[in-house]
Design a protein around this ligand. Structure first.
Ligand SMILES: Cc1cc2nc3c(=O)[nH]c(=O)nc-3n(C[C@H](O)[C@H](O)[C@H](O)COP(=O)(O)OP(=O)(O)OC[C@H]3O[C@@H](n4cnc5c(N)ncnc54)[C@H](O)[C@@H]3O)c2cc1C
Length: 593
């Protein structure tokens, strides 16, 4: 018999389903869980941030669907663009679901109250975005639906309000630190263990199904559009639990980050007619992408910028080029791009109507993550075995609909389509599942981690290691990679992980201890970095966002396959396995824009 008094003090919550993450993916799943299971169902959304601060709220330019409200469009054209944009690493059956369901999803969202911009006739307005074309590459097409340049904010508010209406329970400012898997990696997920930010108390959430919708991990890089909180918690927790991470080598660098700051200037600025110029004032994208020019896919535009800089055509010999939006005029800038124009004025002190804007590529979006099927079920291996009770959706997941490079506006679509599908599939599983079994070891493990960090008297500060990690990942595992750079990066990440085992949390208090959160998040970042570098070092080809200077060509013979990275429990190199890409309609061809 166990001695109950020896157990750590943990507060217990019994729920039917738990959603971790209150961005678009998590909220849509929670909504569907409630709708499908009814008002009595106990659905909890746990978020380390207040929901409206989730990163979905930062999304700017749009969410795409082939509505054809302003010009001819077809969902099959969208499907082709997604597959080509992903450099043929996209699973085509999954992309078919996403692009086909997009139209219904946008209409549903409108019915939920989403305030889209309108045409003069009152239809949903649409704008151009990179890589979206008519008739499989002929010319750009208007496919992105938008709410000015605050599309993500409007989506987040719409879904949050609907969740409140349906009485979803919110656990705001709780940071999930582990999964409950009492039978190990081959068994069921039966809940999560979280630290309450306001008190540092440990909470055990037990549930018949768990969804991770914890967002991306752009903070492994120094220059990034991602917020401080995008530290890959969910991705790292799954990895630590022996589950694989898929295609981690594919991380998107968005061409138009604000120089040195990394904040994003949405592709909508080019979608509305803006363009890039080098230090000589030349519109250089015409040379790299004769048809799509500045609206080629992001990996192509980011590499073109680097090539201009390498050829000495950066502005004043420096490592940036200019975005020119002066000709768009006051009405477009102030009404369709108000936030972007405000960023330029506030952070640079420049006037977009009269000044050129300095930009450089910024780390933006994780194509890789926790592997799932098209209903959000997490896969335990490259053979496709699902983990009972465990789901993932949104940027932390890899379905894979983005392959080697995501198209702009396909992420907001991904979180809506697959958040919704995951919620529906979870509801089915909840109906059939037995009461969850608690994982006492997970509860005790999280408690020990907290206590040891708070008790350690001295050590290095997490922020120092975090800054070094971000620096080396940006310089050695960025837009261009080589075996030598990746080798150095791998050694450096390993050394940083050893140092991270001895960090000090200087604040010993329990109330809103952000020092403690920083220490915990550093561990998650290091795990994401380890899987990213190992996967990148192994892939000896260039595809999508993974550009190897030493292997400049795409190699469909050896590398038309997904990487599955498994953590080595003893701290060694991750084990890599591979899974074939699903090709149903579009055979791989050379990728020209
Ligand atoms: C500046 C910017 C602009 C963008 N613009 C566009 C665009 O125009 N169109 C487009 O398609 N895409 C865009 N994207 C990408 C898109 O916004 C994101 O990929 C998407 O919103 C991610 O949604 P999500 O639901 O997966 O996660 P998020 O919205 O990032 O939410 C993650 C949630 O997980 C919670 N969480 C994380 N870790 C934990 C933990 N340990 N415990 C508890 N909770 C946790 C967070 O609190 C948060 O609620 C943009 C991205 C950025 C950075």
């Amino acid at each position: 018999m166990t001695d109950a008094s020896a157990r750590p003090r943990v507060r217990i919550h019994d729920l039917d389903a738990v959603v971790v993450g209150a961005g678009g993916a998590g909220l849509y799943a929670a909504l569907e869980l409630k709708r499908n299971l009814g008002p009595e169902a106990r659905i909890g959304v746990i978020s380390k941030l207040y929901p409206s601060r989730s990163h979905t709220g930062a999304a700017q330019g749009g969410v795409c669907a082939a509505l054809g409200t302003t010009e001819e469009d077809h969902w099959e054209w969208h499907w082709f663009d997604t597959v080509k944009g992903g450099d043929y690493l996209v699973d085509q059956d999954a992309a078919e679901v996403m692009c086909h369901d997009a139209v219904e999803t946008i209409i549903n969202l409108e019915h939920l109250g989403m305030p889209f911009n309108r045409t003069e006739e009152g239809r949903i307005d649409q704008r151009r975005f990179g890589g979206h074309t008519r008739n499989e590459g002929e010319a750009p097409v208007r496919r992105a639906c938008f709410a000015a340049d605050r599309t993500g904010h409007a989506i987040l508010q719409t879904l949050f309000q609907q969740c409140i209406r349906l009485d979803v329970a919110f656990y705001d400012e709780y940071q999930v630190l582990d999964l409950q898997m009492p039978d190990g990696p081959d068994g069921r997920v039966t809940g999560v263990v979280a630290l309450q930010t306001s008190t540092s108390e440990i909470h055990s959430f037990r549930a018949k199904a768990v969804l991770f919708a914890t967002g991306g991990f752009g903070k492994i890089f120094k220059v990034t559009s991602n917020a401080h909180t995008l530290t890959g918690d969910g991705v790292a927790i799954a990895y630590r639990r022996g589950l694989p991470l898929e295609d981690m080598e594919f991380f998107q660098f968005h061409p138009t980050g604000m120089y040195k700051l990394g904040f994003l200037l949405s592709e909508a600025m080019r979608g509305e007619g803006g363009f890039l110029v080098n230090g000589e004032g030349e519109r250089f994208m015409e040379r790299y992408a004769p048809t799509m020019k500045d609206l080629a896919s992001r990996d192509v535009v980011s590499r073109s910028i680097y090539q201009e800089i390498a050829a000495g055509r950066g502005v004043n010999g420096k490592d940036f080029v200019h975005l020119d939006v002066r000709h768009l005029g006051a009405q477009v800038l102030n009404e369709k791009l108000p936030d972007m124009s405000g960023f330029i004025r506030t952070y640079f002190g420049l006037e977009p109507l009269t000044d050129l804007v300095p930009i450089q590529p910024t780390a933006h979006y994780a194509m890789g993550g926790i592997p799932t099927d098209i209903d959000g079920r997490v896969l335990a291996d490259e053979g496709g075995r699902a983990v009972p009770g465990f789901y993932a959706a949104g940027e932390c997941a890899c379905v894979s609909v983005h392959g080697g490079n995501r198209l702009g506006t396909n992420s907001l679509l991904d979180i809506l389509v697959f958040g919704r599908r995951a919620g529906i599939a979870m509801a089915d599983e909840v109906r059939a599942a037995e009461a969850p079994v608690a994982d006492r070891a997970a509860e005790a493990g999280v408690t020990t981690t907290r206590d040891e960090l708070l008790a350690r008297p001295d050590g290095e500060r997490p922020a120092v290691i975090r800054a070094e990690l971000a620096e080396i990942m940006f310089s050695h595992c960025g837009v261009y990679r080589t075996a030598a750079l990746l080798g150095e990066c791998r050694t450096a990440v390993r050394a940083l992980a050893e140092r991270a085992a001895h960090v000090v949390v200087q604040d010993k208090g329990r109330r809103y201890n952000t020092d403690l959160a920083d220490a915990l998040e550093l561990g998650f970042l290091l795990d994401c970095a380890e899987a990213t570098v190992a996967s990148a070092a192994a892939r000896t080809e260039s595809r999508g966002a993974h550009a190897r200077d030493d292997f400049p060509d795409r190699d469909d013979v050896d590398w038309l396959k997904h990487t599955f990275a498994f953590r080595d429990a003893a701290g060694g190199t991750p084990r890599l396995a591979y899974k074939p890409v699903t090709i149903t309609r579009f055979p791989p061809k050379p990728r020209v824009y």
